[in-house]
Ligand binder design. Structure first.
Ligand code: NOJ
Length: 665
């Protein structure tokens, strides 16, 4: 440890008092963002400016390899390459259809001036919405198989602004975000982090294309400088590599408004195009499931008197889905191995063997007749070798029963008893699951994942991920459930990393089995979450009997999950959000407005609608007198004609919301 600090200290010393080489610059296509690269007495550094103002000051780049061998200084610039790219591609599913991938690129080719004379390239891409850079280790004589013991990448932010971050809890990222000054960060945090600048702009730091590497986390080194802190293997090594080798992209999104932040596609653009030619079998859908009952303790995952996943229950859920236009039914606890869940090592799970009271043949036939998809569940409890040994049989079994989506789970502190979820070991496993699943036309919704990094562009069967404190925390969390502001934060933090399987739609807020917990929202807010939180698979999480006689369930029936366009109309992270999305398959628009613990009066303009067209807007909003603590259930449902010229007041109760369905008249 001590000797590593000496090396790092040496790298720093070079930077502090050495000569600076000439700067090499790449600018975004609109000329507003620029990245400068230079060598400070042989040590590589970069800086970022927007509109002529510095955003990131000279920040360190480089590595420490095995044997405390530094690859961060004594470099000379032996070449540069420039390139540019402009293409528009279409997402098979997403928050919008067309994505423009437009950037200018600079590759700096570095070589050590002495010793092994190793080569290291760094490629920077400047987009109109931010920058990405990655390291490339070319094939070479003196660097073949190697270990990365530290990646020295820093983000020396110019100002000590406010940062929204999540303490590193890489077993599942199920931890709340909070806001503080960058200088107050005294722990390691996981990315994405979102910085709010004093002049009301946003900087989001994350990564793209984490495919065979360790997850990037950040700690504050000094003042407002954040440094990469890769998740290690149990050996302490961060990454095992073989040249040629590339790191993931380090990304910095620069946005003037929340709308630009959410609509940045930089992370997706830095991933490779889809490897799946025919994506028709990857179906965005809403789903209900044999699930909430387990969290409410009225059902069990294991066999027995109150087993949830029985043939009869499944047929009941399929009937409900078919009658309400809900695409799928999730089933948990259908397969053998749950009897030791959370007590043993997970190695008892069998992924192609249903419990005797779950007749897969009959259920699959029934689901097919009713036009409902089955989403089956593969909980591994972190025993990934056990899962990998069965992957082909698990997915072949799914394919045999026309199951095109599987929710995977990794509830455990470690994978295989010793490796972290976000280590290179974990990353390789998650990738293997998605790649193998694609061969069997199975989409994957990972719970307890590694944080997403846009890999769904390459494998669109990675349809959603949890990696957040989801709705289930409201059923059993020792702290009483997700606080009201939680869902006003995650669209602008965790949500930047990709779809969130949050599982909204609970209609009955108390859990008699866990009296101290509850859903801390109103019902109208539950509805609005379908628009505010993006996922191409969205659950209606409650037990289906709780939807009976509830007219507001109509909103869940009609709200789409696949979008042509997304606009953040208004919002402040931690306080409130107003999101509008246009359906991909019709002219309809949907709005979700939510607030945190404070009630709020908004003025809603519909100027994004087509001019000269009259629309019918159906409102599902907090009824008078509603607030989340004392009176959360009443919803006012009313219709009104609107046009692009209409502006309407909307009242949101404390932790309340409004969901609006807008159709052409
Ligand atoms: C945690 C998941 O998030 C939840 O959805 C699932 O029901 C349990 N694990 C059991 O696997």
């Amino acid at each position: 440890m001590k000797r590593i600090s000496v090396i790092i200290g040496l790298c720093l010393l070079f930077m502090a008092c050495g000569k600076t080489s000439e700067k090499t610059v790449v600018q975004s296509p609109d000329g507003k963002i620029s990245v400068e690269f230079s060598l400070q007495d042989g040590a590589p550094v970069y800086s970022v400016q927007k509109d002529g103002k510095p955003i990131v000051e000279n920040s360190r780049l480089g590595f420490v390899l095995a044997g405390e061998d530094s690859l961060c200084s004594h470099f000379s610039l032996v070449g540069t390459k420039k390139d540019s790219h402009d293409e528009t591609w279409q997402q098979p599913w997403g928050e919008e259809i067309d994505v423009r991938n437009h950037y200018n690129e600079l590759t700096v080719q570095l070589q050590e001036t002495a010793g092994l004379k190793r080569l290291l390239n760094i490629t920077f891409r400047a987009f109109d919405d931010g920058i990405g850079f990655r390291y490339e280790f070319p094939e070479q004589e003196n660097l073949k198989e190697f270990e990365i013991h530290d990646e020295l990448t820093e983000f020396a932010l110019v100002n000590d602004d406010s940062i929204w971050s999540q303490h590193l809890f890489d077993r599942d990222y199920e931890i709340l975000y909070h806001k503080r000054l960058i200088s107050e960060v005294n722990d390691t945090v996981s990315t994405p982090v979102t910085i709010e600048t004093a002049d009301g702009k946003y900087i989001a730091i994350h990564e793209a294309a984490l495919i065979d590497y360790a997850k990037m986390n950040l700690f504050k080194k000094q003042n407002s400088t954040l440094k990469n802190d890769l998740t290690p293997w149990s050996t302490g090594v961060k990454v095992y590599a073989n040249a040629p080798f590339v790191s993931p992209w380090r990304t910095i999104v620069l946005a003037d408004h929340l709308n630009d932040l959410v609509n940045s596609r930089l992370m997706l653009n830095l991933n490779e195009p889809s490897k799946i030619a025919d994506t028709k079998w990857i179906q965005p859908m809403k789903y209900v499931g044999i699930w909430w009952g387990m969290h409410m303790k009225t059902m069990t995952w294991t066999e027995g008197a109150i087993h949830g996943a029985t043939t009869a229950n499944m047929m009941r859920y399929i009937d409900f889905a078919a009658a309400n236009g809900i695409g799928g039914v999730l089933v948990e606890g259908w397969n053998v191995g749950w009897d030791g869940y959370m007590m043993d090592d997970g190695s008892k799970f069998k992924f192609a063997q249903p419990y005797p009271d779950f007749d897969m043949e009959k259920i699959s036939q029934y689901a097919k007749e009713k036009g409902v998809a089955i989403i089956s569940h593969n909980e591994t409890a972190g025993a990934i070798t056990n899962y990998e040994n069965q992957l082909d049989s698990a997915f072949a079994f799914a394919q045999k029963y026309s199951i095109h989506a599987i929710k995977t789970g990794y509830v455990n502190a470690f994978l295989d008893g010793k490796e972290k979820h976000s280590s290179q070991y974990g990353v390789r496993h998650y990738r293997k699951v998605v790649e193998t699943a694609a061969n069997y036309q199975v989409a994957i919704d990972t719970h307890e994942p590694v944080m997403p990094t846009g890999w769904q562009r390459t494998y669109p069967n990675l349809i959603s991920q949890e990696g957040v404190r989801g709705q289930e925390w409201d059923a059993w969390s020792a702290d009483g459930g997700n606080p009201p502001e939680h869902t006003t934060i995650i669209p602008f933090t965790r949500g930047l990393a990709g779809p969130i399987d949050f599982t909204p739609g609970t209609f009955n807020f108390n859990n008699p089995a866990m009296p101290g917990t509850r859903v801390q929202t109103t019902i109208a807010k539950q509805l609005a979450l379908y628009v505010v939180i993006y996922s191409p698979v969205q659950m209606a999480s409650d037990m289906i009997e709780n939807y009976a006689g509830r007219p507001e369930f109509e909103f869940i029936r009609v709200v789409p999950v696949d979008w042509a366009k997304t606009i953040i109309l208004d919002g402040k992270i931690g306080d409130y959000v107003v999101t509008a999305r246009k359906d991909k398959h019709s002219d309809a628009w949907f709005i979700g407005a939510i607030t945190g613990e404070n009630a709020r009066d908004l003025s809603l303009s519909f100027s994004f609608l087509e001019k000269g067209q009259t629309y019918i807007a159906k409102f599902f909003r907090d009824a008078p007198g509603v607030d989340w603590k004392t009176n959360p259930y009443p919803v006012t449902i009313e219709e009104q004609e609107i046009t692009a010229e209409t502006t309407l007041p909307v009242h949101l109760a404390a932790s309340g919301g409004a969901a609006i369905w807008i159709r052409k008249k």
